[in-house]
Design a protein around this ligand. Structure first.
Ligand SMILES: Nc1nc2c(ncn2[C@@H]2O[C@H](COP(=O)(O)OP(=O)(O)OP(=O)(O)O)[C@@H](O)[C@H]2O)c(=O)[nH]1
Ligand SMILES: [Mg+2]
Length: 437
């Protein structure tokens, strides 16, 4: 494949920038044009990068001999001082010496085509780079390191073994009446249970990456916006003593104990005729349906309004907060948490309460891998095929169909790891990568 280059670090000011080059023949090109001399693979050298007698930077230089490289081809890295001018100069030099810029994900695509990693491992690398929630790191890292591939390959091998036995049954079907069908049935049931447990231990990344939505509601003037501002750490929403201040839904993000929440402030709910405030209240109602957790903010005197909000939320998750405890008696019997948005008293308890109510659903115990929608669909398809095969084995006279179902199940697993793929699938997967990966 042709020699290509890409920045592996962002095109921004940084201590060190890294430029990667891959493709057979890249050592000769770089040595010929930049005069780095012969270098041993895997060693880090300090070199003066000079192009046509112009000194550009003193750089770190390391080369990897294929197939012992990320892409499986000869490749190299230049580590330079991460200034914007040096970045553009180096890119210019690379173009001058005739190298093409790599397209997004090209390094990883080459690694896949050169059998350095499976397709799901390549996908896991992209997902790991995109990940913002640190709880997903170990689930994705184990996929990157080949855990998912080896489990899937294990199941594929077990399916093959059973299919061979089923095909044996087809050949000897005439000779015996009450044969080995029972063993086959039991073994496939066992495999099916195993496979089901395994797929249950995988979480769809869409669910894993979704930020929990925490919505503040309550009567007017209860201090929703003040508490919202306290939680997000700055004056995001307007606070005033006039009831009906907040009209729109206001969103911000909160990081707490490695969790990320989207937090929403909303208009206080009351009987009103004024058009704009009415619209704001309608938005609050809509937002309640989308929230993972609704935080009802009340003043102590408003306790009789709590049940109205509880009913609005219905079966959703709801916590009731007493605000303004700096001027009110604390009523911890009737509220889940008591705070003062003014003094900050009770803030830590409030944060812990939110955290405990919204976390834990997605990252349940016993999870092994974070997977994509594509993987989940293939797992489901494979499950359907295995179930159909079991039914056909039970019937005892439809072994041909059972063998076909097993073949289809196996094919799903092959597609997952990339033993079978189409070019358009590769295009879809790798075009979403960042440049230089
Ligand atoms: N003493 C005291 N005053 C507070 C506290 N929290 C809010 N306030 C005051 O209560 C008034 C209303 O506060 P907001 O945060 O605007 O209340 P809100 O619920 O967002 O009001 P609307 O948007 O109009 O529904 C303001 O004057 C705040 O300064 C608190 O903990 N203690
Ligand atoms: Mg408000």
């Amino acid at each position: 494949m042709s020699v290509v280059f890409a920045l592996a670090t962002p095109p921004a000011k940084s201590a060190i920038g890294i430029l990667r080059i891959t493709g057979d023949g890249c050592f000769e090109i770089i040595n010929g044009c930049l005069g780095f001399g012969v270098c041993k693979a895997g060693r880090f050298y300090i070199k003066d990068l000079v192009y046509k007698e112009e000194f550009i930077d003193r750089v770190g230089f390391v080369c990897f001999k294929g197939p012992k490289s990320y892409t499986g081809e000869d490749s190299l890295e230049i580590h330079f001082h991460g200034g914007l001018a040096i970045i553009s100069k180096l890119v210019w030099v690379m173009r001058q010496i005739g190298l093409d810029e790599a397209s997004p994900g090209e390094f990883t695509k080459r690694a896949f085509l050169n059998n350095k990693l499976s397709l799901n491992e390549a996908e896991a690398i992209a997902d790991l780079i995109d990940l913002t929630d640190e709880r997903g790191v170990s689930l994705l890292s184990s996929s990157v390191m080949g855990g998912l591939t080896s489990s899937v390959s294990g199941f594929a091998a077990s399916i093959d073994k059973i299919r061979m036995r089923v095909e044996g049954e087809i050949d000897f079907n005439d000779e015996d009446e009450n044969f080995i069908g029972k063993d086959l049935y039991e073994d496939l049931s066992f495999l099916l249970d195993d496979f089901k447990n395994f797929t249950d231990s995988c979480v769809n990344i869409k669910n894993g990456m979704r930020k929990n939505r925490v919505l503040f509601v309550g009567p007017v003037n209860s201090g929703k916006s003040s508490l919202f501002n306290l939680l997000v750490g700055y004056d995001r929403a307007i606070v005033s003593s006039a009831p009906g201040t907040t009209r729109d839904i206001i969103e911000s993000e909160v990081f707490f104990e490695s969790n990320v929440f989207s937090v929403f402030d909303s208009a206080g709910i009351r009987e009103v005729n004024e058009e704009v405030e009415k619209k704001g209240i309608e938005l609050s109602f809509k937002e309640i349906k989308k929230a993972d957790l609704v935080v009802g903010v009340f003043e102590g005197k408003d306790f009789d309004k709590v049940s109205f909000f509880e009913n609005l939320v219905g079966s959703g998750c709801f916590v009731k907060i007493q605000n303004k405890i700096d001027i009110d008696d604390i009523d911890s019997k009737n509220f889940d948490c008591c705070v003062s948005a003014k003094t900050g008293e009770g803030l830590e308890d409030f944060k812990n309460l939110i955290n405990s109510r919204v976390v834990g659903e997605v990252y349940k115990k016993g999870l092994h891998y974070m997977i994509r929608e594509r993987h989940e669909n293939l797992f489901n398809e494979a499950l359907v095929c295995l179930e159909a095969s079991l039914v056909n084995i039970k019937k005892q006279d439809t072994f041909e169909l059972a063998a076909e179902d097993l073949k289809l199940a196996r094919s799903c697993l092959d597609q997952l790891v990339g033993k079978k793929y189409t070019n358009s699938l590769l295009g879809d997967i790798f075009s979403s990568f960042c440049i230089g990966k």
